[in-house]
Design a protein around this ligand. Sequence first.
Ligand SMILES: Nc1nc2c(c(=O)[nH]1)N[C@H]1C(S)=C(S)[C@@H](COP(=O)(O)OP(=O)(O)OC[C@H]3O[C@@H](n4cnc5c(=O)[nH]c(N)nc54)[C@H](O)[C@@H]3O)O[C@H]1N2
Ligand SMILES: Nc1nc2c(c(=O)[nH]1)N[C@H]1C(S)=C(S)[C@@H](COP(=O)(O)OP(=O)(O)OC[C@H]3O[C@@H](n4cnc5c(=O)[nH]c(N)nc54)[C@H](O)[C@@H]3O)O[C@H]1N2
Ligand code: SF4
Ligand SMILES: [Mo]
Length: 733
Amino acid sequence: METKVSYCRTCGAACGMLVDVEDDKIVRVRANADNTSSAGYTCVKGRNADAGHNNPGRILRHLRRRRDGGFDEISLETAVSEIADRLGSIMAETGPESVGVYWGTYAWLASATLPVAKAWWRAIGSHKSFSPITIDQASKTVSWARTGFYTGGFQRFEDADVWLEIGGNQLISLQSVGWANTNPFVTLKEHKKRGLKLIVIDPRRTELAKAADLFLQPRPGTDAVLLTAILNVIFEKGLDRPEFHRRYADNVDALRDYVRGTTPAIAAEYCGVPEEDIVAAAVLFGEGKVGAANGHTGTDMGPGGNPCEQLILSLNLVCGRFVREGEQVQSDALVGEPPPRHAQVIPPSRHWESSWRNRFGHGLMPSPFSGFGEIPCGLYADEILEPGEDRVRAMFSIGGNPVNAIPGLPRQIEAAKALDLLVNIDPYMTETSRLSDYVIAPTMMYERPDYAVIFGPFGIYTPALVPPPGDTVEEWKFFWLLGEAMGLDMELGVPDDAGLGAFGYIPPGRPVPLTGPLPTSDEMLAMVANDDALLEELKRHPNGFAAPRRKVTVLGPAPGMEDNRLDLFPPEFPEEMEALKAVLEDSRRRHYRLIVRRSKELYNNQGRNLPEITKGRTNPLYVHPDDLATHGLASGDKVTVVSDHGTIAVVTKGDETLRRGVVALTHGWGGLEEDDPFAPGVGANVNALMSTRGPVQRVLHMPMMTALPVDIEPLADAPAPRPVPSRRRSDGE
Ligand SMILES: Nc1nc2c(c(=O)[nH]1)N[C@H]1C(S)=C(S)[C@@H](COP(=O)(O)OP(=O)(O)OC[C@H]3O[C@@H](n4cnc5c(=O)[nH]c(N)nc54)[C@H](O)[C@@H]3O)O[C@H]1N2
Ligand SMILES: Nc1nc2c(c(=O)[nH]1)N[C@H]1C(S)=C(S)[C@@H](COP(=O)(O)OP(=O)(O)OC[C@H]3O[C@@H](n4cnc5c(=O)[nH]c(N)nc54)[C@H](O)[C@@H]3O)O[C@H]1N2
Ligand code: SF4
Ligand SMILES: [Mo]
């Protein structure tokens, strides 16, 4: 047995790992305390990676569907040549626009996948590109594209005296703006010790909320009203920073006039939080010298995703939470000369107004994937099912599970079945795999070399620890071979049009043609990184390489950028606030609000198939014990959850951390129609309760995925419920 040093790629945290290898098999995975970034931190997902690699249900040979619904194992050569032929005839009949791609979460967890798949995609020449970004937090992108982007940089957590987190639970999700990327408990504790004040807004008293100095627990979906009142107090008390916003932004007065109507008393009544807490949050945030407010899935998945992110951006701009001209900041470069940073504004792009439009007249969202934008997932099923000359007939899913992940489950199943060709690249028989024509078996993380650069800045490289089992293939090789079989001219280096480079996205790679004999994996990584000095440095530091502390001075605007302005009051904002209030008013028809919640054990749908992780459980519906009691129910009883769009059956679990009238269910679970939701590891798919045809966010077409109005009822065939005590009205309105 041999112990090898590597890092985990189940999520973006890139935690350092020690991996025991025996007979070319991963037998045990544990923390590497010497890793310079994670310093011994790991989570249950990463520690169970051996179970994931060795799972008996793992797909080790490429599969082709038979007419009877079963699958035959086929070689890579057969898969590539048959898929190339079928794509060729579809494109000859109805053109490249009838080919679509879905870039799942795993598409960017292996560095070489994205750049090569992008080169293939660019050569196909279709616009039908989708990714879960548009069912996640793309309201941020909408607000930047409407307001403009200040490139001096956000103030950093290390320097902050106040931090406001709204609708995120970083201690579990590890997804933050630069503080919880790994080892979040220790990081937070250290910064609180030096005086950082944390404000958390969440309808559930989460792990993060318990660590907060000030915690507000509003009714789900009402954050935009709460934020309006916070901005009002900031202006009223003169806590804004005119020296910053007057210099870079227009329409500050319009924003000030708008928020004036929403007093803390009005917001307190609307959101169900104490008036004095709203004032306290505004004062604590406004008086801080350095800090930031951040929205997450809890804000962005709600009925007010766009106005929420607009207000969060406004709050940061009004309070000047950005690095100014002449200030010194930590460089973002790991090696080499740091790129210059300018205090300047990129004007509103309103990308979707000038982009290509689909047959429903919908413009594209900026995207790191395609080089020219993507169509929102809210239109994924429509693109396949609605008639039209350029209807999508062939779909590729890379490291994702669109059937499970996109709201409107029955319609997603119908869409998958309506395709002439569905190709899925996933190590497991997910819902999408089961409905695919071809399933390509990929290598998993410890079977390939890779490198990562994350916020810090910090970088790490790992060699492959074991050879690829069975016929598994690295995704980039599959796309290289497929492009070759299709006779496409592919070139690496497709740029990212989303301007998201600053957030640690994978660089496009060296602009070279992808022809000739297949390179080795390490040669491919070198082409992708396009930075030999970086890779060399990373290879010299198996425990990870943290950049030496280097400061750069923020320069003034570059020539031609001096007069660009931010728009703090885009015309859609007041209309979207009204639309939000109408949805919230309409939601009062139902007694409960269903909210999002992520679990420590799973990463979206990943891990659900591993008994080592689920221990035979399914996803419970979390309900406040007092709410359970009003139905005569207890933890463990079965209920149905009913929304305007569907009904699911679940097991309940009492949870006192929830606000009364709020229930929570984790996504990523649930099978197809024929599966038993109570069977171990199956569970219920929350997306059966949601619909892309209900209220959606403008531009983004994102449906309501949190603050969803639902009712719960005891399940008809479950044991008779206990007698109902006095029926108290829940606080869900
Ligand atoms: N362990 C684990 N980590 C993950 C993932 C995972 O599945 N498991 N998924 C990864 C992915 S893809 C993403 S996008 C990130 C997401 O990262 P986060 O956005 O941090 O996700 P959550 O941990 O679900 O936190 C969302 C919080 O929003 C709260 N909330 C719900 N509705 C509302 C509301 O109306 N208002 C407010 N203010 N709060 C609300 C919920 O109670 C919850 O605490 O996590 C990533 N990390
Ligand atoms: N109702 C509701 N729906 C949601 C959400 C929610 O909070 N509520 N969250 C949304 C969010 S934020 C997101 S990001 C999406 C996620 O949506 P998806 O990205 O579609 O779903 P994942 O479960 O992350 O899919 C990742 C897949 O990668 C596979 N995989 C693991 N390792 C490898 C590998 O080495 N190679 C390849 N090719 N595949 C691999 C896993 O088996 C898994 O099936 O879901 C969204 N859907
Ligand atoms: S937080 Fe967990 S899943 Fe993410 S990299 Fe670390 S060990 Fe892996
Ligand atoms: Mo996500």
